[in-house]
Design a protein around this ligand. Structure first.
Ligand SMILES: [Mg+2]
Length: 346
């Protein structure tokens, strides 16, 4: 580990994350909603995004709408409008590209930007660049963003989560241990609940405990993705930005682990629908269509739902009717969730 002896930013990687993005897009579109508890996801019956006013009243992502109305009867509940969210997303990427061409469009409301080497060109420090990008995004898009600046993607992600909403947190390598010591290992990007539970068994509770393990230990006990995360926590880039984008995908998959596991039929249906939506958002962004969708739930490995869309043509994603999807869901689960099986294909 070389945090103390290394430069603060051998690389300057910025992670940008829209705060309550879908709800914020709705507010930016209809300013009279500002300050109100706004929720999206009406079409699906569960909360897809909630404004901070709604969160303050106890509304959480994934909550069912009848539960929302109990804690927040005056909630403004809106159907999702992905076309609008995509327009805001494109504008976000365009603003960040004014500063650097090296931008990875990670998801509809998140991107990474590589600022390395731009200090002299732009005549400002990396932290000032991040502040300027944030100022432009907040002002021009009418919503707030949270930013993290550090030497790797994994550290930058810790920064953007640090102070939400509307935070800007720089983690120079010399201060990394302070931040990592306060971050539970399960909150590190890429470490799922199962890996976190496994690491806990070895006494690894915080990201710092993990980063301080020696490489031999890490290589012996962990798989390649976790080894990469260990390097990134130590300030070494193993996950370069993908600035090219991708124009073909073998498949796009979205996975959700339920903690605790659930056997609630409506809840699982909602979550599967959400996974499909998220896969479709990505497919639409690359103007891809799919001949097939697969979904499955894996109860024995703590209930995972997977939706996979294989994209083989150049047309926008075709619409699936709610009735069609419901019948696929019914057929695929056959009324219970006790076995793992690929659900459906059409
Ligand atoms: Mg976000």
């Amino acid at each position: 580990m070389t945090w103390n002896s290394s430069r603060s930013f051998p690389r300057a990687i910025l992670h940008i994350d829209g705060d309550a993005f879908f709800a914020s897009c709705e507010v930016a579109k209809n300013p009279h909603l500002r300050g109100k508890p706004v929720i999206t996801g009406k079409e699906r019956g569960i909360v897809s995004a909630a404004s901070y006013e709604a969160k303050a009243r106890g509304v959480k992502r994934g909550m069912r709408l009848f539960e929302v109305l109990k804690v927040c009867p005056d909630a403004v509940i809106l159907p999702s409008d992905y076309e609008t969210y995509s327009i805001f997303s494109e504008r976000m990427y365009a603003i960040v590209r004014r500063y650097t061409p090296a931008v990875e469009e990670y998801s509809i409301d998140e991107c990474f930007a590589d600022l390395t080497g731009l200090r002299r060109v732009l005549g400002m420090s990396y932290v000032d660049m991040a502040a300027a990008i944030k100022r432009d995004l907040d002002r021009e898009l009418g919503m707030t963003f949270s930013l993290g600046l550090s030497a790797t993607k994994v550290l930058a992600k810790i920064g953007s989560k640090w102070k939400k909403p509307s935070g800007l947190t720089a983690i120079p390598l010399r201060d990394a241990s302070t931040f990592l010591g306060k971050t539970p290992v399960g909150n590190v990007w890429g470490i799922g609940p199962n890996t976190a539970a496994y690491l806990n068994k070895y006494g690894v509770r915080t990201a710092l405990d993990f980063a301080e393990k020696d490489e031999v230990w890490v290589r012996k006990l962990l798989t390649k993705p976790a080894i990469g995360i260990w390097h990134e926590l130590n300030g070494e880039v193993t996950d370069e930005l993908n600035t090219e984008g991708r124009h073909t995908y073998q498949s796009i998959s979205k996975t959700k682990t339920f903690t605790p596991p659930s056997t609630n039929r409506d809840f699982i249906y909602s979550q599967l629908s959400k996974n499909i939506e998220n896969a479709c958002i990505k497919a639409r962004r690359w103007r891809l269509a799919t001949p097939a969708i697969f979904s499955s739930s894996r109860p024995r490995t703590s209930n995972i739902t997977v939706v996979r869309s294989s994209s083989r043509t150049q047309h926008p994603f075709r619409k699936i009717s709610c009735a069609r999807w419901r019948s696929i869901f019914r057929r695929s689960t056959r009324g219970e969730y006790s076995t793992a099986r690929p659900a459906s294909c059409f």
